[in-house]
Write a protein of this length. Structure first.
Lengths: 349, 333, 347
C-alpha cells in the first residue's frame, strides 16, 4: 500500500506533476513529510496540499474488515480454527487450540530447558498428515545454533506417533518435509528470511521455526502467510540494580528481598522485542520442576504447566495449570536447574 | 501600485497625475499603507522605497513640481502623503506617557495561584506575553485553567485556545467553586453562570487555523464593548502547534516568530494579558530544555519554568526571564 | 509580515511581497482583476488568494453576532454539553473511578505498560464496551480498531464480546419483554461493529489517520478509535528523530481533531522503554518527551506485587491516582471478582 505511485492515483494532472517534479514518487515519500513541509517543498498552497494528501491517504490506507468477518473467514478457510495443536492438552486448552496462525510465538528459557525439544515436536506435528491431527505441510526450520538433529527428530516421532513412523517410507517423508536452514550471521539470517518468503509461496509451508534468534521481519512474515511462526529466545542475567520501575512507584518495596533477584534472568532481547511478539511462552525450572508458562498472550490467562522431557519430547504432567501472578510473569527462574543435567540419561537409553 | 490607487479614493488630491509624478522620481508609491511595524519590515526589503520619499529633498521635489503645469495640486499631494505617513505611525511616546499608559490601561491580573501571584508580584501583566515551560504533567494546564477561572471571576473575558482537548468544564466548575463565596444562593448561581460564560474556548489543530482565530479576534476586538472586554488570551499549548512546522525550511521559523509578534501586538494594543504554554524535550544527556528553541526564547516577556518534584504532588515554579522581577523560586500545589 | 501567515505557496507569497501587498488589510478591498494584473497571474488564482485572505482577516462576521471568535464555545455551554456526555466503561469499577467514570469522549487517552500487562486486552474490551446499548447505560456506538502489531486475536474478541453480552443480560434492566426487544444484542453483532484495520508500516498508519476523517463521516456511529499500538512502527524505521517528532505531533493533532469534531474517544496504546535519569534506569513510556505532551490523558499500567494496577499519570481534570484491575477470561474486570477464572480452569 505504502509504495503506491502517486502518478497512478488519479490526482489532477497539475498536482501530480508537481509531486513528480520534486521527486516524490510514492505515497510513502509524500506521507513521510508533514503537510507543512510538503507545502514548502512543492510550492503549493496549504488547501491544495491538504486535499492532495487526503486523496493519497485514502488510497494508501489499508482496507478494513469487521471483526465478525475476520472470525468467519478464520473458521471457514483455516484448518483447526487457525491453531496448531501442541498435543499438550492443558496448553492447548489455555491457548484456545494451540499455537495460533498468523502470529509470532516466542519461547524463552535458559539453556537446556527444552526449547529445541519443543520446536522439534512442533515441526513434526505440522508436517504430519491431516488425519493424524497435523497440518500436512512443509516446515522451515532456521537453526542458528546448529542444534537440530534429525536423529532426535525421528526418535520423537517414533515414540509419539509409532503408527505413522512404522509405516514404510513415512519417516523419511516426514523428515523430508522439514527444511533446515543454517545461517551463520545476522545478515544471512535476514537473507534467508527473505528466501523463506519466496519458498512459502511455492511450497505448502505450514510452520516457520527460528531457533534461536530473532529478527523483526519475522513478525510481518507470520501474517503475510498466515502460518504459525515460532521463535526461541535465550536468557541473560540481569543485575538487581537494573530492574526498572516507573518513577512514581516507591522504591523501597523491592529492597526487602535481595535474594530473589540474585538469580534474576530476563529474556535476552529486551522490552522492545517483547512488545513485538504476540505470544510468549517461558520455559523455566524452579525447585526441581520444569514449567512452561504463558507469559504473554492476548487470548489466554497466565498459567504455568509443569512438564518433563521424555523420549517422546515434552509431556505435561498436569493439564490444569497453576495461575501465575504479578512480576513473576516476566521473570525466568532457573533455580535448581543443575538437578536436571542428568535428564539426558533418559534420552540416551 | 495598487495601494496608491486605494488612497486616491479617500484623498482625491492623490490622483493619477500625482502618481505618475512620483513614479517619475523613482518613488515606489505602494508603501504608504504600512503601519509602523510594516514600515520597518518594508524598509528592510526595499530600503530605497520609503527612504526615497522621506529623504527626497522636499524643496527639490517642490521645485520639480513647480515646473509641472499642475504644480499647486502636486504640492498639496506631497503634503498629503506626508500626513498619511505620519498618521500610519503610532505616535511617539516618551517615558512619562508610557508610564501613564501603563498605569491607566494595563492591569495586573491575579491568577489565583498564590505562589504564582507572589512570584510575579501580583500576577499576569496585561500587554505582556507570559510563557509557562514545563515537562509533561507539571501542571501547566492546571495553571491555565486556574488563571482562566480567576480572571473570569475578577474582571471578565477570557479566550482559551486549546490544542489538546484539555479544557474540562468539570475542572473549571471545581476551580470556580473554590474561589466563590461558599454560601449557596441565587447570587452565587448568577455569579457562577457569569463566570462560565466569560470563558470562551476554541479548539485549534493547526497553525493556520490559529492565525485565522487570532486575526478574527483582532478584527472583533476593535468593536468589543467595554464590559465584555477580553482580558486574557490563553494558548495551551502553543508548542504542539509549532513543533510539526519546525522542519528544514525557514518558513516554519518565520511563522513561529509571526505568532509571537501577533500575540504581542494584540497584548499591547488591546491591553490583554497573553499566557502560552511550551513543553520540554530531552537533550543529549538527559537534561530537559524548552521545546521551541533559541529563536522563540526572545519572544515572551516573561518565562516561567514549572517542574514537578518526583514522587510528590507538589510542583515548583521559577522565573527564567522577567523584565522587572529577579529570578526566584516558589513552591505551589 | 502578515502575509506570511497565509496558507499560500512560497512563490505566491514572494510575488505578493515584492509588489507591496504585505498586510491583510491591503488585500481586503482589492478586486481580483487588479490583483491578477499586479502579480501577473491568472485571475482565477487571484480569486483564490483573496478567498484565503478574507477567511483569515475575519471578514464576513459583520452580522453583529456577539461571538468574538466564530466557532468558539463558552465554558457554560461546554458544561451543559458534558452533562449529557456518557463515558466508555472499562468494565472495572475501580479503573473507571480513576478515569472519572470511564474513557471520556472528545479526548485522547494513552495507555502504556510493559509487555503482557494487558494493553491489547484493554483495547479489545473498549472496542466491545463502546457498543453497549444506550438502554444499558452505554453509548451504542461502533469502534475502529487499528492494529499495528498484529496482536489482535479474533478468538479473544469473541470471548470478551460474549462475556459482555452475558453480563449485560444478567445485570441490565432485566425484564423479560425488554430482553426480547433487544434482539440485536449478541456477540456476533458486537463483532460486526468493530472495524478492524491492519497497518503494516508507519506510512500506512499516517495514511489511515488522514483517511479516518472521511471514513468516520461515512460511519457516523463510530465512537471510539483504538490504536494498538501507536508506537510500534515509529520505533523501528526511523533514523531522523526530528522528523519522527514532527510526524508524530502532526498525527496527534489530527487524532485530537477527530476526537473533537466527531465527539469520539481516541485510545492509544504505547510501549515502554528504559531511560537513564538521576543515576538509575527508569521505565517510561516510549516515543520521547515531545510525545508525552500530546495526549490529553495518560494512564500507566504496571505490576504492583501480584496485582495489575493502573496509574493516572496525566490528566487535565483528574488527580493522580491508582487502582487495581484484573485481566480475566471475560476481559478486564475488577480485581476482586476472580471467580470466573476458576471456572475456566475446570473447563
Amino acid at each position: 500500500m505504502a509504495n503506491k505511485f502517486i502518478s497512478q492515483m488519479n490526482l489532477p494532472k497539475s498536482v501530480s506533476n508537481v509531486f513528480a517534479a520534486r521527486n516524490i514518487i510514492t505515497a510513502k515519500d509524500a506521507l513521510s513529510l508533514t503537510e507543512f513541509e510538503l507545502m514548502e517543498l512543492l510550492d503549493v498552497g496549504f488547501p491544495e496540499v491538504a486535499s492532495a494528501v487526503k486523496h493519497i491517504s485514502e488510497l494508501a490506507s489499508p482496507p478494513y474488515q469487521t471483526v465478525l468477518l475476520l472470525l468467519e473467514q478464520r473458521y471457514e478457510s483455516e484448518h483447526l480454527g487457525g491453531h496448531l495443536p501442541t498435543c499438550l492438552r492443558g496448553l492447548d486448552e489455555a491457548l484456545c487450540g494451540g499455537i495460533p496462525f498468523g502470529a509470532l510465538t516466542e519461547l524463552v528459557g535458559p539453556a537446556g530447558i527444552g526449547k529445541t525439544q519443543f520446536c522439534l515436536k512442533l515441526s513434526l506435528l505440522a508436517s504430519l498428515p491431516a488425519r493424524y491431527g497435523g497440518l500436512n505441510g512443509h516446515v522451515i526450520y532456521i537453526d542458528v545454533e546448529s542444534k537440530f538433529t534429525s536423529k532426535r527428530l525421528l526418535e520423537i516421532g517414533a515414540c509419539s506417533f509409532p503408527e505413522i513412523f512404522q509405516m514404510d517410507g513415512m519417516a523419511k517423508e516426514m523428515a523430508g518435509r522439514i527444511l533446515v536452514l543454517r545461517p551463520v550471521s545476522l545478515s544471512q539470517l535476514t537473507e534467508s528470511l527473505e528466501q523463506v518468503k519466496v519458498a512459502m509461496l511455492k511450497n505448502q509451508v505450514k510452520l516457520l521455526v527460528i531457533d534461536s534468534m530473532a529478527a523483526l521481519i519475522s513478525g510481518s512474515l507470520a501474517e503475510f502467510s498466515r502460518i504459525p511462526v515460532i521463535v526461541t529466545n535465550q536468557v541473560r542475567s540481569q543485575s538487581r540494580v537494573a530492574t526498572c520501575q516507573y518513577s512514581f512507584q516507591e522504591k523501597d518495596k523491592t529492597v526487602g528481598d535481595p535474594e530473589r533477584f540474585n538469580s534474576h534472568l530476563v529474556a535476552a532481547l529486551g522490552n522492545n522485542w517483547a512488545h513485538a511478539v504476540t505470544i510468549r511462552l517461558v520455559l523455566e525450572a524452579s525447585s526441581g520442576q520444569r514449567f512452561i508458562k504463558i507469559a504473554k498472550s492476548p487470548i489466554s490467562p497466565a498459567l504455568a504447566f509443569p512438564f518433563i522431557i521424555t523420549s517422546a519430547g515434552i509431556l505435561l504432567q498436569d493439564n490444569d495449570g497453576i495461575e501465575v501472578m504479578g512480576p513473576q510473569l516476566n521473570s525466568i527462574s532457573c533455580a535448581g536447574n543443575g538437578d536436571f543435567i542428568d535428564f539426558n540419561n533418559q534420552k540416551l537409553q | 501600485m495598487g495601494l496608491l490607487k486605494h488612497l486616491e479614493r479617500d484623498f482625491p488630491i492623490i490622483d493619477s497625475d500625482f502618481q505618475r509624478f512620483c513614479a517619475s522620481h523613482g518613488i515606489l508609491s505602494d508603501c504608504f499603507d504600512f503601519t509602523q511595524f510594516h514600515l520597518i519590515l518594508a524598509l528592510a526589503i526595499y530600503p530605497h522605497a520609503v527612504e526615497d520619499f522621506l529623504f527626497h529633498d522636499l524643496y527639490v521635489l517642490a521645485a520639480f513640481a513647480e515646473a509641472q503645469s499642475t504644480s499647486e495640486r502636486l504640492k498639496q499631494g506631497i503634503t498629503q502623503v506626508l500626513t498619511i505617513i505620519d498618521g500610519q505611525h503610532q505616535t511617539w511616546f516618551n517615558g512619562m506617557e508610557l508610564l501613564e499608559n501603563h498605569q491607566r490601561r494595563k492591569r495586573v491580573l491575579r491568577t489565583g495561584c498564590v505562589g504564582l501571584d507572589l512570584l510575579l508580584e501580583g500576577g499576569l501583566c496585561q500587554g505582556q506575553l507570559t510563557e509557562l515551560v514545563g515537562p509533561s504533567s507539571s501542571g501547566k494546564t492546571q495553571v491555565c485553567l486556574q488563571a482562566a477561572s480567576n480572571v473570569a471571576k475578577d474582571i471578565g473575558g477570557v479566550v482559551f485556545i486549546d490544542t489538546g482537548n484539555s479544557v474540562s468544564p468539570k475542572r473549571i466548575v471545581h476551580l470556580v467553586n473554590n474561589i466563590l463565596d461558599p454560601t449557596p444562593g441565587e447570587a452565587k448561581n448568577r455569579m457562577f453562570e457569569r463566570i462560565m460564560r466569560c470563558i470562551l474556548c476554541h479548539s485549534v489543530f493547526n497553525i493556520f487555523s490559529l492565525f485565522n482565530v487570532l486575526h478574527e479576534l483582532e478584527a472583533n476586538l476593535r468593536l468589543q464593548s467595554e464590559e465584555a472586554r477580553v482580558q486574557l488570551i490563553i494558548i495551551d499549548s502553543i508548542s504542539s502547534l509549532i513543533t510539526p512546522i519546525l522542519g528544514s525550511g525557514s518558513h516554519g521559523h518565520a511563522l513561529m516568530i509571526s505568532v509571537g509578534i501577533l500575540l504581542k501586538k494584540l497584548a499591547n494594543e488591546y491591553d490583554i494579558a497573553v499566557l502560552v504554554t511550551n513543553h520540554m524535550v530531552g537533550r543529549d544527556g538527559g537534561t530537559l530544555k524548552p521545546a521551541l528553541g533559541d529563536s522563540w526564547k526572545s519572544i515572551p516577556n516573561v518565562r516561567l519554568l514549572l517542574s514537578r518534584v518526583s514522587g510528590d504532588n507538589k510542583c515548583s515554579m521559577s522565573i527564567i526571564k522577567h523584565p522587572s522581577v529577579c529570578a526566584r523560586k516558589q513552591k505551589m500545589r | 509580515m502578515e502575509i506570511n501567515t497565509l496558507p499560500i505557496s512560497a512563490s505566491t507569497r514572494g510575488k505578493l511581497i515584492s509588489t507591496g501587498y504585505t498586510s491583510l488589510s491591503s488585500l481586503s478591498s482589492i478586486s481580483p482583476s487588479r490583483l491578477a494584473q499586479d502579480l501577473r497571474i491568472q485571475e482565477s488564482e487571484a480569486v483564490e488568494i483573496l478567498k484565503v485572505a478574507s477567511v483569515n482577516c475575519g471578514v464576513g462576521n459583520s452580522d453583529g453576532t456577539r461571538a468574538i471568535v466564530a466557532g468558539a464555545q463558552t465554558a457554560w455551554d461546554m458544561l451543559h454539553e458534558e452533562e449529557f456526555a456518557r463515558r466508555i466503561t472499562t468494565s472495572c469499577e475501580e479503573f473507571d473511578q480513576i478515569l472519572g467514570g470511564g474513557i471520556s469522549l472528545k479526548e485522547v487517552t494513552e495507555f502504556g505498560g510493559v509487555p503482557g500487562i494487558g494493553k491489547t486486552q484493554m483495547g479489545i474490551q473498549l472496542a466491545v464496551n463502546v457498543q453497549i446499548p444506550v438502554d444499558y447505560g452505554g453509548l451504542g456506538g461502533k469502534a475502529i480498531y487499528i492494529d499495528t502489531e498484529g496482536s489482535f486475536m479474533v478468538e479473544r474478541a469473541l470471548q470478551i464480546a460474549e462475556a459482555c453480552v452475558e453480563d449485560l443480560l444478567d445485570n441490565g434492566p432485566a425484564r423479560k419483554d425488554f430482553r426480547a426487544s433487544q434482539p440485536n444484542l449478541s456477540a456476533k453483532n458486537l463483532l460486526r461493529d468493530i472495524f478492524y484495520f491492519r497497518v503494516c508500516s508507519y506510512t500506512e498508519q499516517i495514511a489511515l489517520v488522514n483517511y479516518l476523517e472521511k471514513f468516520i463521516s461515512e460511519h457516523k456511529e463510530v465512537k471510539a478509535i483504538i490504536v494498538d499500538s501507536v508506537t510500534f512502527h515509529f520505533r523501528q524505521d526511523f533514523q531522523d528523530m526530528a522528523l519522527r517528532t514532527r510526524l508524530l505531533s502532526n498525527m496527534a493533532l489530527k487524532l485530537m481533531q477527530l476526537a473533537k469534531k466527531f465527539n469520539l474517544a481516541v485510545v492509544l496504546m504505547n510501549q515502554v522503554t528504559t531511560k537513564y535519569c538521576d543515576g538509575s534506569f527508569r521505565l517510561t513510556l516510549a516515543l520521547g518527551d515531545s510525545w508525552s505532551h500530546t495526549c490529553t490523558n495518560r494512564v500507566i499500567l504496571y505490576w504492583e506485587g501480584n496485582e495489575r494496577y493502573a496509574y493516572m499519570d496525566k490528566s487535565p481534570s483528574l488527580p493522580s491516582a491508582s487502582a487495581p484491575y484484573a485481566v480475566t477470561s471475560k476481559g478486564i474486570r475488577s480485581s476482586a471478582s476472580n471467580c470466573k477464572r476458576i471456572k475456566l480452569m475446570q473447563a
